[in-house]
Design a protein around this ligand. Structure first.
Ligand code: HEC
Length: 107
């Protein structure tokens, strides 16, 4: 029988699961702390802020040509290669996951 107490537990649990899966599957297991550290170390924001008005986040355009999680990761990989950042694939993935969580919000 679905007592009110059980119903509340069920809703809480379903909500938790939805929260866990808010990121696209390619970002599951990404190390967000590492991603943020790499963003700080590689001066992503400093450079972006010199190109667009404001704090630099205006460079991230979720409605622009980067419109899927895969393209976002590809863009970070491209910067990684062009700017010789030397990030490993899982590091690129972590950086893209942070950008997705904070700005792009692809499902
Ligand atoms: C030396 C300057 C510079 C650095 C450093 C840099 N970027 Fe960029 N980045 C740019 C410029 C310029 C653009 C805009 C390119 C365009 O629109 O064609 C851009 C665009 C982007 C975009 C695409 C935005 C969009 O939605 O179209 C992403 C994502 C991005 N950068 C991520 C990063 C990350 C992550 C780092 C650090 C690991 C980084 N960039 C470091 C200059 C830089």
């Amino acid at each position: 029988m679905l007592t009110p107490a059980r119903w509340i537990l069920y809703v809480l649990f379903a909500g938790m699961c939805a929260g866990l899966h808010a990121q696209p599957s390619i970002f599951h297991g990404a190390d967000l702390k590492l991603g943020q550290k790499l963003i700080d170390e590689n001066k992503c924001v400093e450079c972006h802020a010199s190109k667009v008005p404001g704090d630099g986040s205006a460079i991230y355009k979720p409605k622009g040509r980067i419109n899927t999680a895969g393209l976002l990761r590809g863009m970070v990989e491209q910067c990684n290669t062009e700017l010789n950042m030397g990030m490993f694939p899982e590091e690129v993935n972590a950086v893209a996951a942070v950008l997705n969580k904070n700005y792009y919000k692809f499902k």
